[in-house]
Write a protein that binds this ligand. Structure first.
Ligand SMILES: [Mn+2]
Length: 201
């Protein structure tokens, strides 16, 4: 039975969508090994997006892996996936076999320090489909993940730590936005892998 059908998994969103958090989905030893391999071997790059008519670097490093047809466009940038690495594919397989989801791509983010961040957004690009399920594995230093409801403005704060798996599903992306805020706290690097299913057109 897929883990998501288990009553042990509690929906943390008070309304309008699903948020599940599995603490230490990867054990400390596994997470340590994965963190150092991924930090070392993924094709981390600085990415710029167009804002007010000029290119601006996003405050984190990113890279995109997936099946050849999993082409993803956002913020005016078209992302051609790099081929799956052994480690990324193994993580994908593990999540797919624990949950009733399939993923054909992963967006990797590297937050180098507390000054790296992700602004408020919803993962609502049309390529993700109507009610996308997104699985997000965190490795490295813990960071605050904040969701804000579009209408009521209520907040849901989660701390994402080393080895934790976050799942966003249902209608969540229609009603909530999420961010990794900057922090003045001293932070060491954090890697975040967000597995997605992109539909071609
Ligand atoms: Mn997102």
């Amino acid at each position: 039975m897929p883990l998501l059908d288990s009553s042990a998994l509690k929906n943390l969103a008070p309304r309008d969508g699903n948020v599940f958090l599995l603490k230490q989905y990867y054990s400390l030893d596994e997470a340590n090994e994965l963190f150092s391999i991924l930090l070392d071997r993924l094709a981390w790059q600085e990415e710029s997006i167009w804002m007010f008519g000029k290119p601006v670097n996003v405050p984190r490093l990113t890279c995109w892996y997936g099946d050849p047809d999993a082409v993803y466009a956002y913020s005016g940038v078209k992302h051609e996936p790099l081929p799956w690495t052994v480690e990324l594919n193994a993580i994908r397989q593990r999540i797919q076999s624990d949950f009733a989801y399939t993923f054909n791509s992963v967006l990797a983010n590297l937050y180098r320090s507390g000054q790296d961040s992700m602004g408020y957004h919803a993962d609502n690009e049309k390529e993700l489909g109507m009610n996308p399920a997104i699985a997000s594995l965190s490795l490295g230093d813990e960071r605050l993940f904040r969701l804000v409801h579009n209408k009521s403005k209520e907040k849901l704060d989660l701390v994402l730590g080393h080895g934790d798996l976050l799942i966003m599903a249902g209608s969540l992306q229609h009603h909530w936005r999420h961010a990794i805020p900057k922090t003045g706290q001293l932070k060491s690097p954090r890697i975040n892998l967000t597995f997605r299913k992109i539909r071609g057109f």
